[in-house]
Design a protein around this ligand. Structure first.
Ligand SMILES: [Zn+2]
Length: 511
């Protein structure tokens, strides 16, 4: 059989151990051979497309294990306010946007209190000053807080009894919504979006993903803070996009999951909140808010009942846990479910697990639990002076302890949590290798595993993805440098120059 594509002169990291090969041959959608020097001669045919990797790294297509695809897509058509430093500048940007916007309202995203000289979020009065005739909705970076002008408050109809509506001294709503009110608002907005808009927006981000070497994502959709319509959309349409989307339906409705034939559930199925919003459940007080330890969304009993039900139905379960107190109750529930059912091998996951302590890591290993982590968080929030230190004080030294987790043989799969961080696996790998706390760093191989073979294992696809191996799907990426020889602090500068998905070259800047 002749190869359709031959990649030669590569430093091909097969991810099968540390084996490096020189070439990879592809026939139709599969890898048909890997080898050294030029023992590919018999595979060369008249129509073989030969790609010269010029000595650079070739790796399996990247798997982004935590990706909010509909949200990311919709955000790609929103106003990014992350670089703005005063409330009046936010107002000016909105006034500008109000002259030419698409749809029913103006949507601004990626705000953090800390970015403003005012050190708080802009409120209704400020927004009204710049725009009072079009609904304006602004979201904090992690979607825990929304800010509305008066027009939007009337347009989106939030019940005034909902928890989390901030009021001023005269009991008037300030336009800032948190908790339940924020979740109701978000689902009101998302459920009014048509699937046509979703499809256009999702199609629009595919090129970015392919440019970054991503060939599979775990699509975290639906549920609290999102809309089930997003999950239903991915369920019905995932085959119409060039990359693979594995749906994680963010619901506790086991009957629904079974009725549509899914083998897993969860994703951002919140056990606690975020460090940014000081809602992640800690076993200690927040350094910048004494008396606050975050909060749990379930009692131990509730979570126990739900988890054991997932075991009994043979479903892989993915729970969102950030603080050590949330990780603790999730592990307790798994231990109890395992004890009651004896069922193993479902590869349950904890999403984020940013503050797992040593005891919890060891228990996760015993339970076969996978940690689905976001190394780029460290790049954004880790180290001296950044958000983790503000919230946790000296305990910022404890976040995302990759080294310890890998040494305890807990599988880590890597994700971007897009659009919280950029969907760029090479930045994730860079962040894991250059963790600001030195003892938490891993090597390039260990970081690459998170985005290749470990990602495949975390969705039961390790027999066809995540390695360069004959028989495996031809999901292959060529980089523009040798990642093993590049200085560790320069990994983020490496680019993808070719992305092949199931044997098709979908991105190619080799020229
Ligand atoms: Zn998420």
């Amino acid at each position: 059989m002749h190869a359709d594509i031959l990649i030669k002169n590569g430093s091909c990291m097969t991810m099968e151990g540390k084996e490096i090969k020189d070439w990879v041959a592809i026939g139709q959608s599969r890898i048909i051979g890997v080898g050294t020097e030029n023992d590919y001669d018999t595979l060369l045919g008249e129509h073989t497309v030969v790609l010269d990797a010029r000595g650079n790294t070739v790796v399996p297509g990247f798997i982004d294990s935590h990706f909010h695809v509909v949200q990311t897509a919709l955000d790609s058509v929103s106003l990014d306010l992350s670089g703005v430093s005063t409330h009046d500048d936010v107002g000016e940007r909105i006034r500008e946007a109000s002259k030419s916007f698409v749809g029913d309202y103006i949507r601004g995203i990626r705000l953090e209190e800390g970015q403003f000289v005012e050190k708080r979020f802009p409120d209704r009065k400020l927004l009204d000053k710049y725009c009072n005739d079009v609904p304006v909705v602004l979201n904090s970076l992690e979607y825990q807080v929304s800010m509305l002008n008066t027009c939007a408050m009337l347009f989106f109809k939030i019940p005034f009894t909902a928890e989390g509506i901030e009021t001023d001294e005269r009991q008037m709503p300030t336009g800032i919504f948190r908790k339940q009110a924020n979740a109701i608002l978000r689902s009101n907005i998302l459920k009014n979006i048509s699937d046509k808009v979703r499809k256009e927006a999702v199609s629009g981000i595919m090129e970015t993903l392919l440019m970054n070497g991503i060939t599979t994502i775990n699509a975290m959709e639906g549920g609290f803070m999102y809309s089930d319509k997003d999950a239903d959309f991915v369920f019905e349409n995932s085959r119409n996009f060039p990359i693979d989307m594995e749906l994680f339906y963010q619901t506790t409705d086991i009957d629904k999951i079974k009725s549509i034939g899914l083998k897993r559930l969860g994703g951002c199925l919140y056990i606690d909140g975020t460090l940014g919003a000081r809602t992640a459940a800690l076993s200690f007080e927040y350094a910048d808010c004494p008396g606050t330890m975050g909060s749990l969304c379930f009692t131990q009993q509730e979570i126990n009942e739900f988890v054991v039900n997932c075991y009994r139905n043979n479903l892989q379960l993915s729970l969102y846990t950030i603080g050590d107190r949330a990780i603790e109750i999730a592990l307790n529930a798994h231990e109890s479910a395992l004890y009651q059912t004896g069922i193993t091998g479902l590869r349950h996951r904890l999403e984020h697990a940013e503050l797992a302590n040593e005891n919890q890591i060891k228990r996760a290993k015993e339970l076969g639990i996978i940690f689905s982590m976001q190394p780029t968080y460290e790049n954004y929030w880790g180290g001296r002076g950044k958000m983790y230190e503000q919230r946790l004080g000296e305990r910022y030294l404890l976040t995302n302890p990759f080294r310890q987790i890998v040494d305890n043989q807990v599988v880590i799969c890597g994700g971007s949590d897009s659009d919280i961080t950029e969907p760029r696996p090479l930045l994730g790998i860079h962040s894991a290798v250059n963790h600001p706390v030195e003892q938490h760093r891993v090597d390039v191989y260990e970081a690459l595993k998170m985005y290749t073979c470990n990602g495949a294992y975390a969705i039961f696809q390790e027999k066809e993805k995540g390695m360069l191996k004959p028989g495996w799907l031809a999901d292959v990426v060529i980089l523009d440098d040798d990642i093993l020889k590049a200085p560790p602090d320069k990994i983020e500068k490496i680019n993808v120059c070719v992305t092949i998905k199931s044997g098709e070259i979908l991105y190619n800047s080799l020229g």
